[in-house]
Design a protein around this ligand. Structure first.
Ligand SMILES: [Zn+2]
Length: 445
């Protein structure tokens, strides 16, 4: 009987049997036998792995697969630097120790689909010349891809990383998909080069979030339906988005921190509203010491939408910018006057963007003197059984003195009352101007 697993995975060269499971009456070769039944040390096992790879290299036929599918690697394994690995499959392989592949060159396609990596994995400085398939792979510890270059399409679909993942200085020459990937630790993309399209679809990020720093995106980038938990932050720091677009679709963009991302021109938010709680508010606004950066970010977003002639969005970012400006002034000494003016601007017209609020304030300014005069009249002259109707006229005449463009305040009034009437007329004039300004801003869209 040949090895049952060699048969199951369709190995071209079923291996000699080293262990028979008496319960299931199944035979296993060295590569597929459980760890404790291999009958060799880890070192001897790794030598057999190296021999198997070398045999394929010596055979020198690129159509021959170096098959390790379903194999169980019992301990730490290290592929030495400058080692050339042919077309290889580690599909469903179990790596029980660390895997170190430093500076190796994978000459053809590599299949790690559904592989399990129980310890740390390191692909530093490796070159993948064919496609790279990590679909369904599970990394129980940290994974490093520092300085690696992937020339073929890299597929990480359905894989899960329970530890940290590092793509520092990694180069993806073809597309890469992180769809349905689950990141359990921190993800770092730093100095990474994406020459083609990148997809993050239904990707789950942990509370430790992700950093996208000084990345060069040369193809389109999609973040669709990504899932984050509370306080997860995806930071974008000075990324270069040259001829491509970053599309953020069907997401809650407030998990993204763009305060350190200068260039926002090609980042587009589709069905991903920022203003769920009444107004646009970046999560970084709540962090201590970040307010200036956040304000500048709001300003850049406003400028971006103005360039795109999207006045509707520009208005939202204008309000957010002014709100953060108000907070900033509140923290600075000696800015009380500016803060108070901005505060009045907010409550009189929603920073010139809310005609409804401006209208209600205007109405209040018009009605208040009337109420005031009615109260005085009632307290001084009101008699139930002898109400003098001519007093109504008198009250209205007095009221009109507070309204601009009706009649000037009587010069015979007391000096202070005259000044107050002029002041009130000025207030109404200013508020009318604000109302018209807000109305114009609203209809411009
Ligand atoms: Zn086997």
């Amino acid at each position: 009987m040949p090895c049952c697993m060699c048969e199951e995975y369709g190995w071209e060269d079923p291996q000699a049997v080293v262990f028979r499971d008496l319960e299931s009456v199944k035979d296993y070769c060295l590569f597929h036998a459980p760890v404790e039944r291999k009958g060799v040390t880890v070192r001897e096992f790794n030598e057999r792995v190296a021999d198997r790879i070398q045999a394929i290299v010596d055979f020198d036929d690129e159509d021959v697969l170096c098959d390790f599918s379903g194999a169980v690697f019992p301990g730490n394994i290290c592929f030495m630097s400058e080692c050339n690995i042919p077309w290889v499959s580690f599909k469903n392989a179990h790596f029980l120790g660390t895997v170190s592949v430093y500076g190796c060159s994978f000459e053809s396609d590599v299949d790690f689909s559904d592989a399990l990596f129980l310890e740390e994995v390191d692909f530093q400085e490796s070159t993948f010349n064919g496609t790279v398939d990590f679909a369904g792979a599970k990394f129980f510890n940290n994974a490093f891809f520092e300085g690696a270059t992937m020339h073929g399409y890299a597929d990480f679909m359905n894989s899960s990383f329970l530890g940290d993942v590092d793509f520092y200085d990694t180069t993806f020459r073809d597309g890469v998909a992180f769809c349905h990937v689950e990141f359990g630790g921190k993800v770092v993309f730093w100095n990474t080069l994406f020459s083609n399209e990148v997809k993050f679809m239904k990707t789950k990020f942990s509370v430790q979030g992700a950093v996208f720093q000084t990345i060069q995106f040369e193809g389109s980038v999609e973040f669709t339906n990504i899932s984050t938990i509370n306080k997860t932050i995806l930071s974008f720091i000075n990324c270069k988005i040259s001829h491509s677009e970053i599309l953020i679709q069907d997401c809650d963009p407030r998990c993204c921190d763009f305060t350190m991302q200068r260039d926002l021109r090609n980042i587009h938010f589709i069905n991903s509203p920022w203003d769920i709680m009444g107004r646009v508010k970046a999560s970084a606004e709540e962090q201590e010491g970040n307010l200036q950066l956040v304000r500048d970010f709001y300003q850049r977003m406003k400028a971006k939408y103005k360039t795109e002639n999207n006045e509707y969005e520009a208005s939202k970012w204008h309000v957010a910018e002014k709100e953060s400006q108000l907070k900033l002034l509140g923290r600075k000494d000696g800015s009380r006057f500016l803060r108070d003016v901005l505060w009045l601007y907010k409550y009189s017209s929603g920073f010139g963007e809310d005609p409804r609020q401006a209208f209600w304030v205007l109405l209040m300014l018009l009605v208040l003197p009337l109420l005031f005069l009615v109260c005085i009249e009632l307290s001084n002259n009101f008699v139930w059984w002898g109400f003098d109707h001519s007093r109504i006229d008198a009250v209205f005449t007095e009221w009109l003195k507070f309204i601009p463009l009706t009649r000037a305040a009587d010069k015979n009034e007391l000096g202070l009352l005259y000044a107050f009437m002029v002041f009130w007329q000025l207030l109404i004039t200013i508020q009318t101007a604000l109302f018209v300004f807000a109305l114009r801003n609203n209809f411009r869209r």
